[in-house]
Design a protein around this ligand. Structure first.
Ligand code: ATP
Ligand code: MG
Length: 320
């Protein structure tokens, strides 16, 4: 692995959550928030919490929602130099309410928020020039300017022998049109570590069967795939280490948002710190479980020593 920080680019948001389970926002109700959020922000915060060097290219408004996010990322050790503050647009937001069946209703303000003004800047360029790894968050492609930044970052990092990870958490509509499909294929071509969850594996490979999908993607040159299975845990696949499964930890889920982002950040960072995939998977699995037992998408981010304690408590809990 090449030295230099792990970087990502994309949306920073606040999340405001309904405190009750039910259908949407059609009547006044109790809410809690703002919580720091945005998949790329959650990811990069967890990279830093794990002890990895980390930076993000993003844009927020000149408001408390922006400041709250910047302060959290700064506190946790993320390089915030490439987060632009946009004077005349508010920080992005998402209102979310869980339904009885676990589905979610959202009211988003991302595409029209400060996030849409995420552009290549001198600060972004400077961060890219130091980077050793780029994490591509599929959700970030909702921002029109993000493609250019990501492609520039990938080119720069690869020239220095660095690596790329990709979480294909992309809106399904994007996969269906030709341009979206080409973008995903181009990203898969340069991906070293792929971090899909269930249907995203099918969408990325074009195959329904899990084994066939994994085989096709490994044959195409992706060196590691880690498949997220929610409460079922996760599986690692690679030519070098074969298949490794980690069953989910037994926890009672309170808020699953952000679990995949924490999981991916922990896996990647442990690998960049030189751990074997089995150990990285154990930490990542604990990181995802640790996130779902806390309300707020970034509130469950944890250091490796906190994850050690969490896993130890899990094991003693099982023995009881
Ligand atoms: P996101 O909603 O953040 O996009 P995702 O679909 O990318 O999530 P999930 O598979 O839901 O990812 O969760 C990521 C990881 O977190 C899982 O692989 C698992 O390790 C852990 N995890 C998630 N939910 C639970 C749960 N209920 N119990 C235990 N572990 C969980
Ligand atoms: Mg996901």
């Amino acid at each position: 692995h090449t030295k230099g920080p792990t970087i990502t680019a994309g949306e920073i948001l606040v999340e405001i959550m309904a405190t009750t389970v039910g259908d949407g926002f059609l009547e006044p109700q109790a809410l809690i928030g703002p919580f720091p959020s945005g998949a790329p922000a959650i990811f990069i915060d967890q990279v830093a919490r794990c002890g990895g060097s980390a930076g993000i290219i993003a844009a927020v408004g000149d408001d408390d929602f922006g400041r709250l996010n910047i302060e959290r990322l700064r506190r946790d050790g993320v390089d915030i130099s490439a987060i632009a503050t946009i004077a005349d647009r508010p920080t992005g937001s998402a209102f979310v309410r869980y339904r009885e069946n676990g589905a979610r209703d959202f009211v988003f303000n991302i595409a029209h928020s400060a996030a849409r003004e995420t552009h290549m800047t001198d600060k972004a360029q400077a961060l890219i020039e130091q980077a050793g790894h780029v994490h591509v968050m599929g959700s970030a492609f909702a921002i029109a300017g993000i493609g250019e930044i990501i492609l520039e970052a990938i080119k720069s990092v690869k020239l220095r022998g660095g690596s790329v990870s990709f979480d294909p958490n992309i809106r399904k509509e994007l996969v269906q049109d030709d341009e979206g499909r080409k973008l995903i294929d181009d990203l898969l071509d340069v991906t070293d570590l792929l971090l899909p969850s269930g249907e995203e594996l099918q969408a990325a490979s074009g195959l329904d069967d899990e084994d066939a999908a994994i085989e096709k993607l490994l044959a195409s040159g992706i060196s590691e795939i880690v498949l997220k299975r929610g409460a079922g845990g996760a599986s690692h696949f690679s030519r070098a280490h074969g298949r490794i499964d980690a069953p989910g930890l037994m926890v009672s889920e309170i808020d699953p948002t952000g679990a995949g982002d924490c999981f991916g950040a922990t896996y990647l960072t442990c690998r960049r710190l030189g751990m074997h995939p089995e150990q990285a998977l154990a930490y990542a699995n604990a990181s995802g479980a640790h996130n779902v037992i806390r309300r707020g998408p970034m509130e469950g981010a944890a250091s490796l020593s906190e994850l050690d304690a969490f896993m130890a408590a899990q094991i003693s809990g099982e023995a009881r």
